[in-house]
Design a binder for this molecule. Structure first.
Ligand SMILES: NC(=O)c1ccc[n+]([C@@H]2O[C@H](COP(=O)([O-])OP(=O)(O)OC[C@H]3O[C@@H](n4cnc5c(N)ncnc54)[C@H](OP(=O)(O)O)[C@@H]3O)[C@@H](O)[C@H]2O)c1
Length: 255
């Protein structure tokens, strides 16, 4: 049985991946799409409009007991995982010294640890020509004031994805790190809970459907990094060229 696994499928870009991958002709060879997130009702709603057979797995990917259930399911069914999309993630704005311990460690736990564990677990079931799509962020490009932990977690995802891509070359498995700027999803409902916002948000906000379409195209074309839109592509180049201390000083002045 060939399957696609999408985490964070109950909302935002994860839902968009589910819908767009469902519609992809090349996925005719896929037997099932497994949708993962904590909110079962939201996952069922997504599944209800999909053509493919879906499996709704309401689980918290940061909980070991839930991950053990998934591990057992994979072991039992022994599917071929044709694609893994790791979308589950969150960010909280705020100065680190004003954030709660639960918030700062929660971001690391979900964005880094759970993503790494999910990747490791699914790799056992991946063969040549499979794809791994990891949701990083343009926040990965440079350290961020009032978004320090989130940006650091996404730097981890970007670095991990690039290293993983090298490790998996021998197996013919391709990894794409997706690095969007602000995307119009419920992400900001959580991110802005503690106060604060992203100054450039309104200027460069992208649509989830466009970011995801670009990511799927880039993954098909074996690109290691997917960056949607001119502003973020420019940011990607600038953050590679200019010293990060200088960028941080400019960002400080514009606050
Ligand atoms: N929106 C942006 O501006 C933006 C920009 C760059 C990168 N990103 C990244 O893109 C990814 C998707 O974000 P989004 O914008 O689509 O945000 P979103 O709409 O808030 O989606 C986040 C998803 O993660 C799931 N999730 C959260 N905690 C989970 C847990 N413990 N276990 C399982 N699932 C969990 C949520 O579902 P449940 O609540 O049902 O569990 C939801 O489906 C994230 O990694 C985010 O960091 C977002």
């Amino acid at each position: 049985m060939n399957i696609v696994i999408i985490t964070g499928a109950s909302s935002g870009m994860g839902t968009e991946f589910a819908l767009q991958l469902d519609a992809e002709l090349s996925l005719k060879k896929v037997d099932e799409i497994w949708l993962i997130a904590r909110r079962k009702e939201a996952l069922l709603e997504v599944a209800s409009v999909m053509e493919h057979t879906t499996r709704v797995l309401d689980m918290d990917v940061t909980k070991q007991a839930d991950m053990d259930r998934l591990k057992a399911l994979l072991y039992r069914e022994k599917p071929e995982v044709r694609m893994l999309v790791n979308c589950a993630g969150y960010g909280m704005f705020g100065d680190f010294d004003e954030q709660s311990e639960a918030d700062v460690t929660g971001m690391v736990d979900l964005n880094c640890r759970a993503l790494t564990q999910m990747t490791h677990m699914c790799l056992l079931y991946m063969k040549r020509n499979s794809r791994i799509i990891q949701l990083a962020s343009s926040a990965a490009f440079v350290p961020q004031k009032s978004f320090a932990v989130y940006a650091a977690t996404k730097s981890y995802v970007l670095s991990f994805s690039k290293g993983l891509a090298e490790d998996l070359r021998k197996r013919g498995i391709y990894v794409t790190a997706v690095c969007p700027g602000p995307v119009d999803t419920p992400f900001f409902d959580i991110a802005e809970k503690g106060g604060g916002t992203l100054a450039i948000k309104k200027l460069v906000m992208a649509k989830a459907e466009d970011v995801v379409a670009q990511a799927i195209y880039d993954a098909k074309n074996k690109k290691k990094v997917s960056v949607y839109g001119l502003p973020m592509r420019a940011a990607h180049v600038i953050t590679k060229v200019l010293p990060h201390d200088l960028i941080l000083a400019v960002m400080r002045l514009t606050k």
